[in-house]
Design a protein around this ligand. Structure first.
Ligand code: NAD
Length: 411
């Protein structure tokens, strides 16, 4: 993700300030809810090649105004304090927008996850957990997977936490289904993206059945979004991953290709480049791979009526303005890809109750709550005559400010 001109955290706070002004909040209150409550930076000595390499780890707790802080842990070489702050604050606004009882946090370790052995990864997450255990816990701060970490990493985190603090499976989400995870969690983000796509079409009087969809990304988000779009009657006509993309105007049978690890080995009459998929003529475009992929370089070649942001920040600020001027309707990431944290909420609540839900209940709850968040954001955008991204911030900033004021505290 590129934020060359200004910091990522400053970019988020600009949206918060804009929402605060629309809501006529006082400047001091906006500043209070924009600030991070706590930032912890740790060093992680890692045994490697007969020596020790010292890595830097982070946990930023942005807000607990509406509940325990919630957010993933990223293992990536580009992780730095500014990025972690930005992502922590986005979690505050996302959890408030979808109305789950969490605040926001994010963590990370600056390391190239692709170069780690499994044992090294386990050592790093156990050390990270030991160093931060005093600020974590199911009613304090609940991590989850993010780039470079997965359900296995969360199992190690839970195990380390249990050794130090005793049994508390709700201390982390995104765990394996076999180890206190929730059936439905894995598909939740993609499912939410697809349901939001359908709701967007309906609101704009476009028939869902037969609507054409192009998707960038065939990972966790992209493949489930594609599958559920197909289940809802849409026609996925193009999809790509890092190896390139395929096109079929009659509709790709997603079910048939679902188990392929990549699209490289999928048979298709027409192949396109990984980024070309963004320029395919379609009703709905779902960028679900990387940040910043729709930018000044390609914004005038986008050929979609609606863009549903599956990835985080896939559209640069300039492209966002230009596309909206062209009449493209954009559903922002903090709404469109919030199914993942919604699913984490369901996992957390099941762990606390020591009661597991069948997957049908998980899906039903997810669908109903995602749709409610969408309708609410849509209505706020109409009320203030603002775009959906600004409306999403107005909803979430309003809720966090209200909680902050009601607590009557300044901590
Ligand atoms: P993933 O690693 O499972 O999949 C990423 C996909 O993008 C892969 O198919 C990969 O081949 C493809 N890709 C990589 N580079 C590409 C390129 N240059 N062109 C085309 N495709 C490319 O990741 P994911 O979990 O699906 O996450 C995707 C995005 O969604 C990220 O921005 C992530 O931050 C965001 N997100 C994920 C979740 C979640 O629950 N997984 C939740 C919210 C947001």
């Amino acid at each position: 993700m590129t934020h060359s001109s200004s910091s990522a955290f400053a970019e988020v706070n600009q949206k918060v300030a804009q929402a605060g002004e629309i809501l006529s909040l006082k400047a001091g209150l906006i500043s209070a809810i924009s600030s991070c409550e706590r930032e912890v930076v740790i060093s992680i000595p890692l045994r490697r090649n007969d020596d020790v390499e010292v890595l830097t780890g982070y946990r930023v707790q942005h807000s607990s105004a509406r509940g325990p802080r919630k957010g993933g842990i990223r293992f990536h070489q580009d992780v730095d304090l500014d990025e972690v702050r930005a992502l922590a604050s986005l979690m505050t606004w996302k959890t408030a927008l979808i109305d789950v009882p969490f605040g926001g946090a994010k963590g990370g370790v600056a390391v190239d996850a692709s170069k780690l052995t499994s044992i090294e990864k386990e050592e790093i997450i156990r050390r990270w957990t030991r160093s931060l255990v005093h600020v974590l816990g199911h009613h304090r701060d609940i991590p989850a997977p993010d780039m470079g970490t997965d359900s296995r990493t969360m199992a190690w985190l839970m195990d380390e936490f249990h050794r130090l603090e005793g049994f508390q499976p709700a201390c982390v989400t995104g765990k394996p289904v076999e180890l206190f995870g929730a059936p439905g969690r894995e598909e939740a983000t993609g499912r939410g993206v697809a349901r939001i796509a359908a709701a967007t079409l309906e609101r704009n009087n476009v028939k869902v059945h037969g609507a054409t969809v192009a998707i960038q990304g065939f990972g966790n988000v992209g493949r489930y979004a594609a599958l559920v779009c197909q289940e809802l009657g849409m026609k996925v006509i193009a999809i790509s991953d890092v190896s390139g993309g395929i096109v079929d105007l009659k509709g790709i049978d997603i079910q048939a290709i679902f188990t392929h690890k990549t699209l490289e080995d999928v048979q298709s009459d027409e192949r396109i480049g990984a980024a070309e998929v963004l320029e395919v003529k379609c009703d709905v475009l779902i960028p679900a791979a990387l940040g910043g992929v729709i930018n000044e370089g390609n914004m005038n070649r986008i050929n979609a009526g609606f863009i549903i942001e599956g990835a985080n920040q896939p559209i640069t600020a300039t492209a966002d303005i230009e596309l909206r001027a062209q009449g493209v309707l954009i559903v922002p990431d903090i709404l469109a890809n919030s199914g993942g944290v919604m699913g984490s909420y369901f996992e957390w609540t099941q762990n606390i109750q020591e009661f597991s839900w069948p997957i049908d209940k998980f899906r039903r709850e997810l669908d109903v709550r995602m749709e409610k968040a969408f309708i609410n954001t849509h209505e706020v955008s109409k009320k203030y005559s603002i775009d959906l991204r600004t409306a999403a911030f107005v909803v979430s900033v309003g809720r966090v400010a209200e909680a902050f004021e009601m607590r009557g505290s300044l901590v």
